[in-house]
Design a protein. Structure first.
Length: 146
DNA sequence: GCCAACGTTGGC
DNA sequence: GCCAACGTTGGC
């Protein structure tokens, strides 16, 4: 899962413990949260628009997809006039802090490992803010920092 | 259903 | 700040 650290960083999650993952406004990313993410599933926490961008720690799903109520909050930056309580359109999962890496696994690093060749986040134009990660790729990245 | 215009993401 | 790579919108 990608987050801009200026908006929501791994440190914020560490201090808060859990959070709603609101604001996903892309159908593919929503479907992935809704259809795939189960309680206990591990998450690679990625800082986008960061210097450098990369994976900074781990989280896990602590609540499965439920309506993203920020979508019908007119005061929210994630407000969507098409959404309502009756027709939420958007969903979010809740995530729980697991750990912060001692050092970032930067995007540049990621591109250099043949073990994770083809991982979505390393591909050009891969803009999805929620992306599936294979167990093999996940395990490899965790092994780099433990 | 096509596609041009526009908006967003996110690395660089 | 630039711009490639999408995704969305809306006229036709």
């Amino acid at each position: 899962m990608k987050s801009e650290p200026d908006v929501y960083s791994i440190d914020t999650l560490k201090s808060e413990g859990t959070t709603h993952w609101e604001g996903v406004r892309n159908y593919q990313a929503r479907n992935f949260m809704r259809d795939q993410m189960k309680i206990g599933d591990k998450i690679l926490f990625y800082h986008s628009n960061a210097k450098p961008p990369g994976i900074v720690g781990l989280a896990e799903v602590c609540k499965e997809a439920h309506p993203d109520f920020f979508a019908w909050d007119t005061q929210s930056k994630y407000f969507d006039p098409k959404a309502s309580k009756e027709n939420p359109i958007w969903q979010m999962v809740d995530v729980k802090y697991v750990s912060k890496f001692d050092s970032i696994v930067s995007l540049d690093d990621l591109k250099g490992y043949p073990e994770i060749d083809g991982m979505l986040v390393t591909k050009k134009g891969s803009r999805l803010s929620v992306q599936p990660v294979s167990k093999e790729h996940y395990d490899f990245i965790v092994s780099l920092r433990s």
